[in-house]
Write a protein that binds this ligand. Structure first.
Ligand code: COA
Length: 351
């Protein structure tokens, strides 16, 4: 038994933020952003009204409807995000509530695997379905980065890249010969954990990083250390990224993990009908395309419109590709992701 994507959907907020608008807030230009990243615009969710959960719920309803089931039929939720509504509980239970699922014979799991969150979530869902434990798994990737970015000049290299949005798939078992998720490959390397990270607020207490930098009180004091005044004053509550290290590692790991999936299934890059890479940077995707010798029509790129939406980028891109008829019955779809952690992974799906 394998798992198949029985329904797919996505949602992006209405508000379009063009590069020129960002240039009014920080020292950047439309030309710089397009040249280095390929991004022309991104979406920002409506503050006070939209959250990763509300966006995830819209995408989920579409995926559930397309799978021909009702929300109450979902028996497991996997929610991948790095920008959750709350520090805890996670978005999984919030999504259950938002979808009006009142039964308690359901599990909700949150995945925090950054840009590879969707591929990791797919792998988890696939194992649950193969084992026979669940029959209708809702897997969501949703992000609201616009709430947590640094809009000063200092944050420009990170801020211009990220956008908001959500994508969802409904996975079910299939016994159709050769169809479904053929393989998932997952990897991680914690060596560079802080090179693409948002480490505050957190419970690190300066361990490994140095307590002074973060303004932690003496170790034997009580409370008040989750967010320190120094973190606020020194602008330490937003993400940081060593862009070139991320870029250089990504262009090696993406092709490597795609080739791994192909080799393990006895396939070659010529068998790929559609590659849906995590939308990290258009230059990274173009590099992967070249190494994998894939023609333009076999690679999905929508980062130009949405920026990098982390865990949401693959399901949004796959959903758009499906809606526009680029995903056909029997096609071999390859998903691949790389991001903070570092974590990376790939999946092959026979549609
Ligand atoms: N606008 C204008 N200038 C900017 C800028 C911005 N938004 N961000 C950085 N710069 C400047 C830098 O300050 C630097 O100036 P300097 O030469 O005077 O010091 C210059 O541009 C080059 O910076 P650098 O960081 O070397 O640029 P880059 O070519 O590596 O591009 C990234 C930066 C972030 C676009 C690129 O490294 C990248 O895409 N990395 C991978 C990011 C990624 O995929 N992240 C998600 C992982 S899933």
């Amino acid at each position: 038994m394998r798992s198949k994507i029985a329904g797919i959907g996505h949602y992006v907020p209405e508000r379009i933020v063009k590069n020129e608008e960002l240039a009014k807030h920080m020292d950047t230009t439309n030309e710089w952003i397009i040249e280095r990243t390929g991004i022309e615009e991104r979406r920002y969710a409506a503050k006070h009204e939209e959250t990763p959960t509300t966006m995830g719920a819209i995408a989920s309803r579409i995926a559930i409807e397309r799978a021909g089931i009702q929300p109450e039929d979902v028996d497991f939720i996997i929610f991948a995000t790095i920008s959750p509504d709350y520090y805890f509980p996670g978005c999984g239970v919030l999504l259950q509530r938002a979808l009006g699922i009142t039964k308690t014979e359901i599990g909700a799991l949150d995945i925090r695997n950054q840009c590879s969150g969707f591929v990791y979530g797919l792998s988890v869902a696939d194992q649950f379905i193969r084992s026979g434990m669940y029959k209708n798994i809702l897997l969501v990737g949703s992000e609201m980065h616009s709430m947590g970015l640094d809009f000063s000049d200092e944050g420009r290299a990170v801020t211009v890249i990220f956008g908001d949005g959500a994508g969802a798939v409904l996975l079910q078992p299939t016994e159709e010969e050769g169809k479904g998720v053929l393989i998932t490959c997952l990897h991680s390397d914690g060596t560079h954990a802080e090179e693409l990270a948002m480490i505050n607020p957190g419970s690190h207490g300066g361990y490994h990083l140095g307590p002074e930098k973060y303004g932690y009180p003496p170790h034997d004091s009580f409370g008040g250390v989750f967010v320190t005044q120094k973190m606020v004053d020194d602008n330490l509550l937003t993400p940081n990224m060593t862009g070139q290290l991320v870029f250089k590692t990504a262009v090696v790991k993406f092709p490597e993990v795609i080739k791994e999936a192909l080799t393990k299934t006895g396939l070659t890059s010529e068998d790929i009908d559609l590659l849906v890479p995590h939308q990290a940077n258009l230059r990274i995707s173009q590099f992967i395309q070249k190494v994998m010798r894939l023609p333009d029509e076999k690679v999905v790129n929508n980062i130009q419109k949405y920026g990098n939406t982390t865990a949401a980028s693959i399901p949004i891109a796959l959903s758009e590709a499906w809606e526009s008829g680029r995903v056909k019955d029997g096609d071999l779809i390859c998903l691949a992701a790389f991001g903070s952690g570092f974590t990376w992974g790939s999946a092959l799906i026979r549609w």
